[in-house]
Design a protein around this ligand. Structure first.
Ligand SMILES: [Fe+2]
Length: 278
């Protein structure tokens, strides 16, 4: 679809990503919203500049896509009446969070549909975020490899993140998992709205492939993780204050570019509940 009546859409890369203009997310008509939704499904991650929205407006925008998730471990703004927010804060004393490629919260049965992330404090330079299209990653495999992995199931868990004693998220309001949480998902999932197939394993939360010997599983996952990092599948966004990114967590992965590590950077995110991958 490119016959937009209410918004402008400019793609920023070949695999995914588009900047949307002509809208304020706090005052979005139903007609404009339907175009944003269509652009979202088509481009997988959308960027909006100059969005001076309140937390309530950010939540209301997210709720047009579905109910909001309360993160199992991160609820830094709960006391302020916003348990739905995750805050990503880094500065001189605190490292970036999410330096490795991942999709969010894949260790639960129903991982998020997507997230709406607003930049509160942007570094003068650096701290960009990258997204990668898991449609493009899947389509970039040979037919034989696609067939080989199409029936596989992977186990996702918190063992390498929230359940680790040295995984400190205290500065972003996090608490440690008292036990390891895990879920099983297909290695190749079908997007429930577009019907397209995409890879659904990530180096942060995927533990192993079910039914494989440990060395087989480790080798195949390592191959897929390196494959996913192919620059051709990605786009990169330079943050400014009041920029908003909204990504489809069902068909993309993301990571921060952890450069300029001493700069103040603050992001606030709401996350929309998704369904069980198939
Ligand atoms: Fe993330």
């Amino acid at each position: 679809m490119n016959n937009w009546q209410h918004i402008s859409v400019s793609r920023i890369a070949g695999a995914l990503g588009a900047e949307v203009g002509g809208v304020h997310l706090g005052q979005l008509s139903d007609a404009a919203f339907e175009e944003v939704r269509a652009a979202f499904l088509e481009n997988q991650v959308l960027f909006f500049r100059d969005q001076e929205v309140t937390r309530d407006q950010q939540k209301a925008f997210g709720r047009r896509f579905g109910t909001l998730q309360i993160h199992p471990f991160l609820q830094p703004l709960k006391a302020e009446g916003h348990p739905e927010f995750v805050v990503l804060q880094s500065d001189e004393k605190h490292p970036y969070v999410a330096e490795a490629w991942h999709s969010d919260v894949t260790f639960v049965e129903q991982p998020p549909l997507g997230s709406v992330l607003r930049c509160i404090k942007a570094p003068e330079f650096g701290g960009d975020t990258m997204w990668a299209s898991m449609y493009a990653a899947y389509e970039g495999l040979s037919d034989k490899m696609q067939r080989m992995i199409s029936d596989l199931v992977a186990i996702h868990d918190t063992a390498r993140t929230f359940s680790r004693t040295d995984y400190n998220t205290e500065h972003i309001g996090g608490k440690q998992a008292t036990q390891v949480i895990s879920a099983e998902h297909p290695v190749v999932r079908t997007h429930p709205e577009t019907g397209r197939r995409g890879l659904f394993v990530n180096s942060t939360f995927t533990a192993s492939i079910k039914g494989m010997k440990p060395r087989e599983s480790a080798a195949l996952l390592e191959f897929l993780y390196r494959h996913i990092e192919t620059p051709d599948f990605s786009c990169r966004f330079r943050w400014r204050e009041n920029s908003i990114a909204m990504w489809d967590n069902r068909c993309t992965q993301h990571r921060v570019c952890a450069d300029n590590r001493t700069a103040d950077r603050r992001m606030e995110r709401v996350t929309i509940n998704g369904d069980k991958p198939f």
